[in-house]
Ligand binder design. Structure first.
Ligand code: HEC
Length: 150
């Protein structure tokens, strides 16, 4: 079951301009041309850890909406989002990073949750308030995993 907050589209008032950065505990990042050029951790992620976060229902839960042929052993993938087969050939790393961090900066109407943000989320229980779904390290790991999908 995807969590509630992943299903409630954030109010479109979240108009985020290029160059915006977040305060709070999140690592600050810079958006340049629909991408985040720099790693959030300053290092490359680990694709194997990224695959684990990708399939983990409590972390990325990416399979709730996407399919990847190589992961078809995992049941119950969703088809709300496009297949991510070959996604590394369609996008460069900075675009993949922004897509995971905050897909709404690319498409304000998307239902894909922003995995590294704490604003604009609704119905968040106290336990999760102020925490992004993925840590900066997990974002980098997932990006490294996406880069293997050729
Ligand atoms: C609630 C459904 C949902 C979840 C969960 C979700 N996505 Fe998405 N994703 C989408 C939709 C819908 C799109 C299509 C683009 C849009 O809506 O702007 C998309 C687009 C993408 C794209 C661009 C693909 C392309 O070919 O254009 C990537 C990459 C992506 N998602 C990665 C992820 C990753 C990685 C995760 C898990 C960390 C994830 N998504 C979780 C719904 C979801």
């Amino acid at each position: 079951m995807p969590s509630f907050k992943s299903l409630i589209p954030a109010v479109a008032a979240a108009v985020l301009l290029a160059g915006s950065a977040y305060a709070g505990d999140l690592v600050k990042y810079k958006v340049v041309e629909y991408g985040i050029p720099k790693s959030l951790t300053g290092k490359a992620g680990d694709p194997e850890a990224g695959e684990k976060a990708f399939v983990n229902r409590k972390l990325g839960n990416c399979l709730a909406c996407h399919q990847v042929t190589k992961l078809s052993a995992h049941p119950f993938h969703g088809e709300i989002g496009p297949s991510l087969d070959g996604v590394a050939e369609r996008y460069e790393e900075p675009q993949l990073r922004l897509q995971v961090v905050n897909a709404k900066e690319i498409n304000p109407d998307t239902i894909m949750p922003g995995f590294y943000r704490t604003e604009g989320l609704h119905l968040v229980s106290d336990k999760f308030k102020g925490k992004p779904i993925l840590t900066a390290q997990e974002v980098e790991d997932v990006v490294a995993y996406l880069k293997t999908l050729k």
